[in-house]
Write a protein that binds this ligand. Sequence first.
Ligand code: DAS
Length: 421
Amino acid sequence: MAKPGDLVEIVTKNKKYVGILMPKPEIIKSNTIVIKLDSGYNIGIEKKKIKKIKVIKKAKKGKKKNIKIKQSKKLPTVSILSTGGTISSKVDYKTGGTYASLTAEDFIQLEPKILKFANIRAKQIEQIMSEDMTPEHWIKIAKEVYKELNKKEVSGVVITHGTDTMHYTAAMLSFMFPKLSKPIVLVGAQRSTDRGSSDTFMNLICSVIAATQKIGEVMVCMHATTNDDFCYLHRGTKVRKMHTSRRDAFRSINQMPIAKIWPDGRIKFLINYKKPDKTNELNIKINKKVALIYVYPGINQNIIDYYLNKGYKGIVIAGTGLGHVPTYLIQKIKKAVKKGVAVCITSQCFYGRTHSFVYSNLRRLSQTGAIFCEDMLPEVAYVKLMHVLGKTKKLEKIKELMQKNIAGEINPIISKDMFLV
Ligand code: DAS
């Protein structure tokens, strides 16, 4: 009887398949068998079409090799904190189970070359896919990072994270560390580690290299192109996942990336970056009652009232174009601001800057007291407003802070080469 991990040959009426029998993902119907072909891709075959299944080679019981980690006094030490996502998990076809890369040994086993650049210590702090991240997780991650940063021997921190919401976490950590003495580098993977095309390996190497640099910023390190040539190091408040599956999905928006990093250790800095502070300061006081609303034609006019009735203290609007909302929402926003709710305007174009006076509707919107947030990304304004509302409730002060460049989230000079860079 074939078991997950066995190499099998499946014969249907008119085809023969050879591959590794996969554990059945719950989303696949029970009348389907899934095998992983040599190409790394999986296919599902309906049982009713199968004439014969032959076990070619039984799976060896998967045992994790215990590897001795040699620490080198000549190398810096990087701390890897694991939160989950594709980069931190893989299906072990021998056992059929899914095991997550949690320990230093796991990461070194995954990519031994990281030992060329740093001694590695690792700790699991979460094991979730990033669509399930919440502000509570951000606070927990920040506290764990703070502990690692304050260890003398640690030169920088790498956080392995799911890709879907990695840019939210990177932005929030950028505001939670007003003073930062070492780099914090978030890294993920678009392809799981068991596939030949996985981007895990180069992303991991480049993020460890980045974590040994003298940079005082929170950054994201992911493939710069679809090839395995180099990674980009993106500013944590100017990066966004811009493709569902490409390995180069992460792009700097309204900003050049901070650097190009090659897996052989080469780095080419592209822009100025914040030098390390003498100490680390952690500020995790946030107000979570903030909503992010993408406006669209026909949006329900009661959406603002909904959040007012729920006691929300801040609303970020991803407006259209230069920051527009439908005319019928302008009065609703005026009412919200009158009630002391901060309403911040960003653009769902992502690229470029909002404007508060180019059109009469923008002027009307600005007169309600809505806060135009320059070229800030909607999700960055969302986490920044949580952070600002943790400091003050006064609308004037909120406006001043939201329009102030705190962690590189506002770029006063956007050049044309920053579009789709
Ligand atoms: N679900 C995705 C996430 O955790 C998987 C990944 O891209 O890492 O963001």
